[in-house]
Design a protein around this ligand. Structure first.
Ligand SMILES: CC(C)(COP(=O)(O)OP(=O)(O)OC[C@H]1O[C@@H](n2cnc3c(N)ncnc32)[C@H](O)[C@@H]1OP(=O)(O)O)[C@@H](O)C(=O)NCCC(=O)NCCSC(=O)c1cc(O)c2ccccc2c1O
Length: 330
């Protein structure tokens, strides 16, 4: 088979498993895109999703003061939460207050059983996030109203990584510095065609040697990661796409539409399967923490079984548990 035939074969094999609602760069309406792809019975049965924009509502806060630096919204009648860094005049740079609010918001999204997927974005079209606010950078990190320096965005990175629901970065404009690391720790990245990606740390006397390096090297390879960090140059959305740094690029005006389509497609699928897949994909890379996350899910599932319930019930009834009726599977 010559290289062009092989390319053709791979394309047709890929499109056979494609999802007709999820578009590639030239996003049109779902039916148009779908008509290019082979149809199958189960796909039709499973159903397509709407491309309508959701109605965003601001839920009453569960606790704490109103947010100043972020927005927390939920899609009306849909299991989608949206968390937005709301400092467009600073290209959505984060300060300690922003980070504390992000932590609260991601906790809300995690704990809310009505939420199945989270969109993480920046206000406006100029930037997703430009990293730490350099105006408040001190000797020990970014300084808030308590005069203490913090690098607490690292906690948010871990929080996103471990949140048992998909988090999708919706990127318009700059995703640079610590903002670039934030999109990398999200499960998926959907970029507008005006998105710009890059690390700026070495230019401003900073670096993220944690996920900022390890995650990046996993995504784009060691050589590219070194290039991205050492040169601290910026990359267009298309370049980022070609490097495997993001999932898709869409016209800016279609960004939210496309992102909610991806959310809706995910929400059609089994939430437990998605949860387990996220933790399994993490486990491969996260060592003890990854294993603990995956193992927690095993316990979560086991607690619902008759076998586990027999153990608990026997204890509460003060009798010996009878595990003899449960199979010892091969
Ligand atoms: C993002 C830009 C490329 C955008 O350029 P553009 O020309 O479009 O806009 P301006 O430069 O004019 O910006 C408009 C306005 O916003 C202010 N601003 C932008 N970004 C920041 C920022 N990060 N901090 C503070 N202020 C910012 C800018 O000053 C303008 O204000 P005016 O008053 O003049 O209107 C470009 O803005 C840019 O390059 N920004 C800086 C990007 C950057 O270097 N970020 C920090 C990297 S280090 C980091 O993020 C970081 C954070 C952590 O918490 C870490 C924790 C642990 C380890 C490592 C960490 C880390 O590296």
């Amino acid at each position: 088979m010559d290289p062009s035939q092989e390319k053709c074969r791979r394309y047709s094999s890929a499109t056979h498993h494609s999802n007709s609602d999820v578009s590639r760069p030239s996003a049109g309406d779902a039916d148009k895109v779908g008509s290019l792809l082979p149809s199958n019975k189960y796909e039709r049965l499973h159903g397509s999703v709407s491309r309508e924009l959701p109605v965003w509502t601001q839920p009453a806060m569960l606790s704490g003061p109103p947010f100043e630096d972020i927005l927390y919204e939920k899609a009306q009648d849909e299991a989608i939460a949206k968390i937005t860094i709301n400092r467009p005049e600073r290209r959505n740079a984060f300060r300690p207050l922003t980070v504390m609010e992000l932590k609260r918001a991601f906790d809300y999204a995690r704990d809310d059983p009505e939420v199945g997927v989270v969109i993480f974005t920046g206000k406006g079209t100029e930037a997703f996030c430009s990293g730490g606010d350099q105006a408040v950078r001190g000797k020990h990190g970014y300084v808030g109203s308590d005069n203490i320096g913090r690098l607490n965005i690292l906690d948010v990175q871990v929080q996103i990584r471990r949140l048992p629901k998909p988090v999708i970065a919706m990127v318009a404009g700059y995703a640079v510095g610590g903002g670039h690391v934030l999109h990398m720790v999200c499960d998926l990245t959907i970029a507008a065609d005006n998105a710009v990606f890059g690390q700026t740390g070495p230019k401003v006397g900073s670096f993220d040697a944690g996920y900022g390096c390890s995650m990046m090297a996993r995504l784009i390879g060691q050589k590219r990661a070194r290039e991205m960090w050492f040169l601290a140059r910026f990359y267009s959305a298309q370049e980022a796409m070609n490097m495997g740094l993001i999932n898709t690029v869409v016209p800016l005006e279609k960004l939210e539409e496309e992102t909610v389509v991806w959310c809706r497609k995910i929400l059609q699928n089994s939430p437990m399967a998605i949860r387990l897949l996220k933790s399994a994909l993490n486990a491969v890379e996260d060592g003890h923490a990854g294993l603990q996350e995956l193992a927690g899910n095993a316990t979560l599932l086991f607690y619902g079984s008759d076998e586990a319930i027999e153990g608990k019930t026997a204890y509460l009834e003060g009798r010996k548990p009878d595990f003899s009726k449960f199979p010892r599977l091969p």
